[in-house]
Write a protein that binds this ligand. Structure first.
Ligand SMILES: *Cc1c(COP(=O)(O)O)cnc(C)c1O
Length: 427
């Protein structure tokens, strides 16, 4: 922590609540003040003293092309020249929606928002309006943005109704959210059996990324699709992280499961504030103005956001064959990381899928929130600071995902492993 950074955080704290505009940025769970960023380019991010880091956070997922990709930046600049917001329809919105519908077959209609939170919040309201039911089900450790109904603490056991995960969420509302352990088929079947006729929707991260990476076990998502279909419950895949992360489409494309609604965000905005909800025409047309479920946004479909998103998706479409190489690079990195930790005699468990991974500081296996919580978070914090010191920017929490971008190079991998070697010496 340099004096410059200390001053910056202190100054921010004088005028911004907690000094940050989103809590994870405050680095509370790893101790120490956050490093302030000045700029970023490709796989690198730079702090205000000019120090360079290899970035594995990538703005929490969106920057799959690397920072400041020239084509994305050019698209934003071209668009900005022509005005930055109209509050009226543009062709860019149609083009964006067409790209999404093309890429994800379960999506017949789209509505753009300005954040993932708005997308999931809309998905819940729409499901309730469509089914005429009030309850929703989610899974412990999944994060779906900060809307009231979705910010419910890990429940314990099938019959446990949600309790407020935050002061300010009325208990009457929290009671309508059921939270079950991820990957627990037994709990799932029992809960559906008991609450089926009251459940409007089940929302799930098809790959969980917000308790660290946790993969769905064999049959979990398939069972979820079967049970929701049988009981007239709307199945919502929250693909805000996983959308366009593994292929030109969602994770659903790769497993052949079609949810009723899909929430997107992060990558589809190319680094601009964006979210989207899409799905079956029959459900989506219930949104105003065709339908009676209200949803709106002054800046929804914003020209700058659309131009960054369209540029990003078009590049990803061209690169569709390169996702495998990205996966190979991530596999190679994780394999070497495992070897280095083993040599040092520190137990870790790496959960990974394609270009997304978490190093859990424990033996594992990690398959739900309870098992994730058994990690040694203090050791993770020391690891985090060691890596940072050496020039590697990792998530400031054990319970987050790491990402690779197309801008990461073999040299980045080599340097990361060398930095890891140095960090392990003092860990
Ligand atoms: C980030 C995230 C959200 C919320 O998106 P915001 O743009 O931060 O509102 C929702 N769901 C998942 C799975 C996310 O990772």
């Amino acid at each position: 922590m340099t004096k410059i950074n200390e001053d910056q955080f202190a100054a921010a704290g004088q005028v911004i609540a907690g000094g940050v505009n989103s809590p994870v940025r405050a680095w509370k769970s790893v101790d120490g003040d956050p490093v302030f960023v000045s700029h970023a380019q490709g796989s690198k991010i730079y702090d205000s003293t000019g120090k360079e880091y290899i970035d594995y956070v990538l703005s929490w997922g969106p920057m799959i092309l690397g920072h400041a990709h020239p084509e994305v930046i050019a698209a934003i600049c071209r668009t900005a020249q022509k005005g930055t917001s109209f509050g009226a329809p543009t062709d860019a919105e149609t083009n964006m929606a067409r790209l999404i519908c093309e890429a994800i077959p379960s999506i017949e209609r789209v509505r753009m928002t300005s954040s993932g939170t708005e997308a999931t919040m809309t998905a819940i309201r729409l499901s309730r309006g469509y089914t005429g039911r009030n309850m929703i089900m989610k899974f412990d450790g999944c994060y779906h943005g900060h809307a009231d109904s979705l910010l419910i603490k890990a429940g314990s056991g099938v019959a446990t109704l949600g309790i407020p995960g935050s002061p300010g969420i009325p208990e009457a509302l929290a009671k309508l959210t059921l939270s079950l352990p991820y990957n627990d088929l037994d709990a799932l079947e029992k809960a559906i059996e008991r609450y089926a006729s009251d459940l409007a929707a089940v929302i799930v991260e098809p790959i969980a990324g917000n308790m660290g990476v946790v993969l769905p076990e064999n049959g979990f998502l398939k069972k979820l699709r079967e049970l929701t279909a049988q009981n007239g419950i709307v199945l919502i895949f929250d693909e805000v992280i996983t959308g366009f992360r593994f292929c030109f489409g969602g994770y659903q494309n790769l497993i052949g499961i079609k949810p009723d609604l899909t929430c997107l965000g992060k990558i589809i905005g190319g680094g601009m504030p964006v979210g989207a909800i899409g799905g079956k025409k029959e459900i989506m047309e219930r949104l105003a103005p065709t339908g009676d479920v209200y949803q709106a946004g002054t800046l929804s479909g914003n020209p700058l956001a659309m131009s960054a998103g369209i540029a990003t998706l078009n590049i990803l479409k061209e690169k569709a064959d390169s996702f495998a190489a990205l996966t190979d690079r991530a596999n190679g990195l994780c394999w070497e990381v495992e070897k280095l930790f083993a040599k040092r005699g520190i137990a870790i468990c790496i959960n990974k899928i394609f270009s997304m991974f978490t190093i859990f500081f424990q033996q594992g296996p990690v398959y739900d929130l309870n098992t994730a919580m058994q990690s040694d978070t203090r050791l993770y914090a020391r690891f985090f600071h060691g890596m940072l010191e050496n020039g590697v920017w990792l998530a400031p929490s054990q319970f987050e995902a790491g990402f690779l971008s197309f801008a990461h190079t073999d040299e980045d991998m080599d340097k990361t492993l060398a930095d890891l070697g140095n960090t392990l010496k003092i860990l």
